[in-house]
Design a protein around this ligand. Structure first.
Ligand code: 13P
Length: 229
């Protein structure tokens, strides 16, 4: 996929996240890995509603600016993004946002670890809450590193959510799935509590990842006889 399309997709995702109320003011950031080993990142301190393709900053693997207009600098969370790429060669896009229901779970320090809804079981698996880290510092990449091995979707304690994927749209869809699942889980909680899917049916759902073309990691796939990865 060429750089122009990736920049446009990053803008689309930024605008959608703002319209959906997942980011306020300058919250959230999006990045992508390019085929030449460089990266694109949203600029720090700009509302995701105002991002245009030329405002996106090009950086190297150390986070140093290669190309930027008007002195724009990469997101202050770039260390977190770069760690995702370092740890996961299969990842070429990272999305960070504060979708309110999923972030409610992050603030309550409650993992979304029930296997309760079929789409979430197939696409995501359990979602952990990673330990607290001060934004923009190495505390955040350190906190997420152990979880990156098995998870494409994480809650950042007292902060928000992080998704990774092979491309921008995949990472963004994971954020959508997370937020919808969080809303459904909260509703089920109000209605008396979630009911887990049976072990046998969880296995069958995990085995359907290949059929649905689901890429990435699943925290439970190794345990499943039908695991596809
Ligand atoms: P940036 O504007 O630096 O990307 O920061 C936004 C944010 O959400 C910090 O966690």
């Amino acid at each position: 996929m060429n750089e122009t399309i990736i920049r446009e997709q990053m803008c689309d995702v930024c605008h959608k996240m703002w319209q959906l109320g997942w980011v306020a003011a300058n919250d959230g950031n999006v990045s992508a890995r390019l085929s030449d080993g460089s990266f694109l990142a949203t600029p720090t301190g700009i509302s995701k509603s105002f991002i245009t393709p030329e405002k996106i900053v090009k950086i190297n693997a150390k986070g140093e600016v290669i190309e930027a207009i008007d002195g724009h600098k990469p997101s202050s969370e770039i260390k977190m993004h770069l760690r995702c790429y370092e740890e996961r060669p299969d990842v070429s896009a990272v999305v960070h946002a504060h979708p309110p229901t999923a972030t409610g779970y992050a603030v309550a320090n409650k993992a979304l670890d029930g296997y309760t809804m079929i789409e979430a079981v197939i696409a995501v698996g359990s979602v952990p809450v990673t330990p607290y880290g001060t934004p923009s510092t190495y505390e955040v990449p350190e906190a997420i590193t152990p979880y990156l091995k098995e998870h494409d979707v994480m809650l950042l304690q007292n902060h928000g959510a992080l998704t990774v994927g092979a491309d921008i749209i995949t990472a963004y869809y994971r954020m959508e799935t997370l937020e919808l699942w969080a809303k459904i889980s909260l509703t089920a909680h109000l209605l008396g509590g979630e009911k887990e899917i049976s072990r046998g049916n969880i296995d069958r759902l995990c085995g359907m990842r290949e059929q649905y073309g689901v890429t990435g990691k699943h925290p439970g796939y190794k345990k499943y006889p039908y695991g596809n990865e």
